[in-house]
Design a protein around this ligand. Structure first.
Ligand code: G6P
Length: 584
């Protein structure tokens, strides 16, 4: 949800922030803008759409300092006026988050507003506070006090970078609940929503904590707590996780699907890690287990329930993080809360973790980003090691989340897990024709059905088709069809049935026959060879059925990708969505 990048140093800051924004575009891509200081004045350039447009309109400019933003609209549509940076007489700011009390603040401020955004209200509030502060303090102290007083008035979430025209050699940064990292190099410094957008191995990186203020100079940074006492921040030890482009693939999404085998290979290493062993040993003591997550991560959680209940014999609840955070929290002894999140930044999942901690639960993050906010909050982190994922649709990270849950369940019961899934998925990806589904593109209704862990794959298949190909589709537990949804099924429908579990073989096939009888076309995805079905079958490689969802989701990911391509859509940047949802 919005990417922030700032640069100060000897290079051309404009080029550097554009290059930073290009790497942050997965966080939002409806408009982009930047601010810089020229001859004592703040200048801004803004453009609608992708960062590419901003690049074109700013390529002739040069500056030593700039802050920039790529937007996912929350307050006010994607217009140039609403595009960040937002300004007041002395400040330009870029913001990631939501100021919940912006309307209240706006009413009290005696300014004219040019945009509909909550962010402009902060720019004007800063100005208001600055008028008083500059009478009492020198410039840097005046800005620091201005930020302190402004922060005290704000409610909601924010990571804000600002430049001040009277102090044009510094970027000020402050945050609450939204992530921001500061990188200090030799004669240059950056601020960024994501460490991986900063192109240098030689930087020292620092994650700001809530309430921290950073004063970032070309060669130095000073940190303060919310009362302006000097703060000492630990350097981040994590190395960056670079994203490598690959010209063999036309889109990130298909590249990332093809990285599944390697991601599985990397993730397998967790099995012998100390953290994994410690957690699995302690697992038996937990009386209650809850898994939380959003979107695709929630679907991985549903698989987690299946495998932990089946292997470990413990009752597991799976709750959408956006619901969990507002549920009546019943205090329980020995609760374990597992938060699944590719980015480790999803606001609802993070809030769920904080709530769980407050109620005394032990918390575990299953995440792909080792320096993320959720990682920092949780007692344990199980890293998925899928490598950076940039396409909005989670693909390889989902597969790795499932794999980690499977490995965890195996570890707890001392079972040897299936180890050759990298090789198996590689062979399957080579052999499977992604255009398999082409002849069904003209269907008007799409249903994905399955039972037990196949129902979580069904939910995921439907979600992928919605988000990438903009096709209305439903994921449904096969046994539930006849309780309502079957009335929608007719000859305009395609039903994709997933069948990987022996004990419900006949049951899922019953559902298949029921939809066939209503005129639907059916594709069966299964690893069983003894099924009497004359329609289209996608035969999965033979894997242990408890981990079959790791393979059965791949054709569904490819379905949505190829359908999107056939419709001329960009699967990497679906409309209205963003990869990292750091607002509620
Ligand atoms: C967004 C993304 C989804 C993702 C979800 C949760 O909606 O578009 O692909 O599944 O957020 O993200 P997380 O980073 O917490 O896994």
């Amino acid at each position: 949800m919005c990417g922030i990048f700032g640069y100060i140093g000897n290079d051309n800051a404009i080029c550097r922030v554009i290059s930073g924004l290009e790497k942050l575009e997965y966080r939002g891509y409806d408009s982009a803008g930047l601010a810089y200081v020229k001859q004592g004045e703040i200048k801004t350039i803004k453009s609608i759409g992708k960062v590419e447009n901003l690049k074109i309109s700013s390529c002739a400019i040069s500056s030593k300092i700039s802050i920039a933003h790529t937007r996912w609209a929350t307050h006010g549509s994607a217009t140039e006026k609403n595009c960040h940076p937002h300004t007041s007489e002395n400040f330009a700011i870029v913001h990631n988050g939501i100021i919940e009390n912006f309307e209240d603040l706006k009413r009290k401020l005696n300014y004219e507003f040019y945009s509909e955004t909550d962010t402009e209200v902060v720019a004007k509030l800063l100005e208001e506070k600055y008028r008083e502060c500059r009478k009492k303090f020198k410039v840097e102290d005046a800005v620091l006090h201005t930020i302190k007083e402004t922060q005290d008035c704000l409610k909601g979430s924010w990571a804000i970078a600002l430049i001040c025209k009277l102090d044009p050699k510094k970027i000020y940064v402050f945050k609450n609940k939204s992530p921001i990292v500061v990188g200090i190099g030799k004669n240059e410094s950056c601020v960024s929503s994501d460490i991986n957008a900063i192109e240098s191995d030689e930087f020292n990186f620092y994650n700001l904590e809530d309430g921290n203020i950073a004063v970032v100079k070309q060669d130095d940074v000073k940190f303060y707590d919310k009362n302006l006492n000097p703060a000492k921040l630990e350097r981040i030890r994590q190395v960056q996780n670079k994203y490598f482009e690959d010209e063999n693939f036309s889109h990130k999404m298909i590249k990332e699907i093809n990285e599944i085998p390697f991601s599985i290979h990397q993730t397998a290493k967790i099995f012998d890690s100390d953290e994994f062993i410690t957690l699995s040993k302690r697992f038996k003591k937990f009386k209650e287990i809850t898994i939380i997550g959003c979107g695709t991560a929630y679907h991985a959680g549903l698989y987690g329930k299946y495998i932990l209940e089946k292997y470990v014999g413990k009752k597991v609840d799976v709750v959408l993080a956006s619901e969990y955070r507002y549920k009546t929290k019943i205090k329980s002894e020995n609760e374990l809360v597992i938060a699944i999140s590719q980015s480790g930044e999803t606001a609802d999942t993070l809030a769920g973790v904080i709530l769980a901690k407050e109620s005394g639960a032990t918390t575990v993050a299953i995440t792909n980003v080792s320096s993320s906010s959720i990682t920092r909050e949780c007692n344990f982190t199980l890293l998925t090691n899928a490598g950076p994922e940039r396409a909005v649709a989670a693909t390889k990270s989902y597969v790795c989340q499932i794999y980690v849950l499977y490995l965890l369940a195996c570890k707890i019961i001392n079972k040897t897990p299936q180890r050759d899934l990298d090789r198996i998925t590689e062979k399957f990806l080579k052999a499977f024709n992604g255009r398999f589904f082409e002849k069904y593109y003209s269907k008007q209704k799409f249903f994905f059905i399955g039972r037990l862990c196949d129902s979580s794959t069904a939910f995921e298949g439907a979600l992928k088709l919605k988000e990438i190909a903009y096709v209305h589709s439903e994921g449904y537990p096969a046994g539930e069809l006849k309780h309502g949804t079957l009335s929608l099924v007719d000859e305009k429908s395609l039903v994709v049935a997933i069948l990987t579990q022996n004990i419900i073989k006949e049951k899922t096939l019953n559902a298949v026959h029921e939809v066939l009888a209503r005129g639907a076309d059916v594709i069966l995805i299964t690893q069983f060879h003894d099924i009497d079905f004359s329609g289209d079958i996608i035969t999965l490689p033979n894997v242990c059925q408890e981990i079959a969802p790791l393979v059965s989701v791949i054709p569904l990911q490819l379905f949505s990708y190829h359908y999107a391509i056939a419709k001329g859509l960009n699967p990497d940047m679906p409309r209205h969505l963003a990869k990292s949802v750091t607002v509620e």
